[in-house]
Ligand binder design. Structure first.
Ligand SMILES: Cc1cc2nc3c(=O)[nH]c(=O)nc-3n(C[C@H](O)[C@H](O)[C@H](O)COP(=O)(O)O)c2cc1C
Length: 356
């Protein structure tokens, strides 16, 4: 009996298994609009047996894009461009999800496969960035500190984006609160030096995230709302696991259904040692201490390893990123490796199914 290949239900949404596609930016949008690349890229994982296919960090405002080639969902035209992609994922048996994001001080940067690095100058199509405080990420342009109206605009933008995402057909909405982007910048004392009700105490630093969760939940009452959190900044005096547990507990009370536990991204001088399953311990701790559902992510590349994480009670689902890029049919292969019979091999591919 495989836990990895047993269904999971959140609200009325049933996932056929617990091997999920982690959000991965493709840096290939035009004016925030997803392209044919995104359609093929995301649909193939659904054909490959994923339980959830999560579309990449998608900006709720144009200035919230990491790079000028990031996807967005800040207009109804974006909603309409996403709709056939969500439908293609659903038609192949996976649940369509989308990560809603604002990059804050890490916005307006060159995409990773551009030879240039750092901030995109305004003259080259970049834009001024915003953050809790006017403190730059190492090597990037200095952001402007948001005022109260700017914060309200961001909360409203997350709500509007959630509404569009549901209208486009997405059933899972993930609030990107990790990797040093805007919501994480508010959470961490290293990037948030505010003296108003959004800075200082943990409750104050979490206020924006909780307002965003409220806005998303209100706009999408039936959606599964996930929150991705970095469990630690891995830097002196930074955000840590105990803070993550505390905020996960609060966000659950505000209507978040599950927490996707990652790490890092806030400062360039972070110290993280990567290796197989290197973030699982964080997910396990949040699950146990906050009493919430979690997904584990980070170098979980193997069926037996994924199964063991779930069997040990360390997570409720597995997010994988790069392994899906190496093998878009990861779940079909994983089921074979675990000896599990699944009834969603695409009929067109059945002649390739390994014999048992
Ligand atoms: C090409 C690429 C793009 C990524 N884009 C995002 C993103 O949009 N949002 C996010 O939260 N994480 C992003 N990540 C991180 C992945 O979701 C995942 O957490 C990370 O790659 C670790 O998992 P893995 O070892 O299974 O790849 C990205 C990773 C890769 C490789």
């Amino acid at each position: 009996m495989s836990i990895l290949f047993s269904p999971l239900q959140i609200r009325d949404i049933v996932f056929r298994n617990r091997l999920w596609v982690s959000p991965m930016c493709q840096y290939s949008a035009v004016d925030g609009m997803p392209q044919e690349w995104h359609h093929v890229h995301l649909a193939q994982f659904a054909s490959g047996g994923a339980g959830l296919v999560m579309a990449e960090a998608t900006a709720v405002l144009p200035e919230g894009r990491i790079s000028p080639e990031d996807t967005g969902i800040y207009s109804d035209a974006h909603r309409d461009a996403w709709a056939p992609i969500a439908a293609a994922i659903r038609a192949r048996g996976a649940v369509p999800g989308i990560q809603l994001a604002h990059a804050g001080r890490k916005a307006s940067t060159w995409r990773p496969f551009d030879p240039r690095s750092g901030s995109v100058p305004i003259a080259d199509g970049g834009w001024p960035t915003v953050a809790p405080s006017a403190i730059a990420y190492d090597g990037f342009a200095t952001p402007r500190a948001l005022d109260a109206d700017g914060i309200d605009e961001i909360v409203a933008a997350f709500g509007a984006a959630a509404q569009r995402a549901v209208a486009a057909g997405f059933a899972v909405l993930e609030v990107h609160g990790a990797h040093g982007y805007l919501l994480h910048q508010f959470l961490s004392p290293l990037s948030n030096r505010r003296h108003d009700e959004y800075g200082g105490s943990l409750e104050n630093r979490a206020r924006l995230l909780l307002r965003v969760v409220d806005a998303v939940r209100a706009a999408a009452p039936d959606a599964a709302v996930l929150v991705r959190l970095s469990a630690t900044d891995a830097a002196d005096d930074g955000w840590d696991v105990a803070d993550t547990v505390h905020v996960a507990r609060m966000a659950a009370q505000h209507g978040a259904d599950m927490f996707d536990i990652s790490s890092g991204g806030l400062v360039a001088h972070q110290r993280i040692t990567v290796g197989p399953g290197y973030q699982v311990g964080y997910a396990a701790r949040v699950r146990r201490e906050a009493g919430v559902a979690v997904s584990a992510v980070g170098m979980i590349d193997d069926a037996a390893q994924a199964e063991q994480i779930l069997a040990a009670g360390n997570a409720d689902a597995i997010m994988a990123g790069r392994e899906w890029l190496r093998d878009p049919h990861f779940a079909l292969r994983a089921a074979g490796e675990l000896g599990v019979d699944i009834d969603y091999w695409p009929a067109q591919y059945l002649r390739a199914r390994p014999r048992r």
